[in-house]
Design a protein around this ligand. Sequence first.
Ligand code: NAD
Length: 361
Amino acid sequence: MVKKILLIGGDGIGPEIMAEAVKVLAVLRGDGLALEIDEALLGGCAVDAENNPFPEATKTKALAADAVLLGAVGGPKWDVLPREKRPEKGLLGIRKALNLFANLRPAAVYPQLAEASTLKSEIVAGLDILIVRELTGDIYFGEPRGIDMRTVNGKQQRVGFNTMIYSEEEIRRIAKVAFEAARKRNKRVCSVDKMNVLETTQLWRDVFTEEAKHYPDVELSHMLVDNAAMQLIRNPKQFDVIATGNIFGDILSDEASMLTGSIGMLPSASLDENGKGMYEPCHGSAPDIAGRDLANPLAMILSTAMMLRYSLQSEAAAQCIEKAVVKVLDSGLRTADIWEEGMTKVGTKEMGNAVVQAMRG
Ligand code: NAD
């Protein structure tokens, strides 16, 4: 069956790195992958063209697609606009419209780039973990919330409050995503909570334990979040998939991504309940290097591989891309952000061309 994908280049380096992902997709189409490709505007370029960061036409196309591939949005040019006109509004809008509740962020350290990490290279070389973060619930969205005047200790004063809340259903659907993802990897899920203090996360642990019964081939373990933060630095290679809620995941996924030391290498996926997803690099639009053929296109290209794996059921194509990236790094080619003495410095286009060549070779 032909799969429909929507490409959104966006702003800054977005269109440049997207052009390299398009070359990679062209190779796969040439090899027989059936894809229907459309394009749309989002973010600053959409504000410029249509005075709206998330145009209706983009929404219609995104809803009709099996997957969305996004470069990046934003830049100083639009920071002066009122909040509802800013590029970020487009990003939040499309995530909401597509009901993307599961965020998948792999943190992989290619042995060739282990020196880029702030940790000792033997701790991170060969690291390959995946953080699965719930994206639409938890204390970020729970009600009641606010700042009120109340009497505390006999004194009228301001009190801030938020509600950590998860329904059984919300936990179960993210657990399923984590177990399914682990099946495509090393078949281990570590669920992270704070069940010694928070009832919400006791329920989180209970539901994960129940759901694990449907995945006898996947090993489930549990860890408290404070310990997980420590273990990620002490011995990150002990993990395969880490599954956690919105707030813990926010912090742990940033911690994990920094283990790799190179933002230009990190892909991400956000999925809905049916496996449809939006795929984008973890980095932003890098306005400081836009239009200069300096951007590293590998996070974008690796996001394309994630799209093939998680939304288009093309594991072989995903692996073809990932193996090509390894080959290119082995050959010593580096964009400026990951360059070190003795390596060959290349631009965005040359890096993309090298991946294409490695896929063919
Ligand atoms: P950024 O990730 O764009 O850039 C941070 C630093 O990393 C910069 O020095 C940049 O040159 C470098 N960098 C980023 N990606 C790179 C790549 N592929 N190759 C080489 N170097 C790279 O973060 P920022 O500067 O804080 O934000 C810039 C703009 O991007 C802002 O408008 C922000 O709102 C937006 N942003 C968008 C997204 C998104 O679209 N998902 C995410 C984060 C930030």
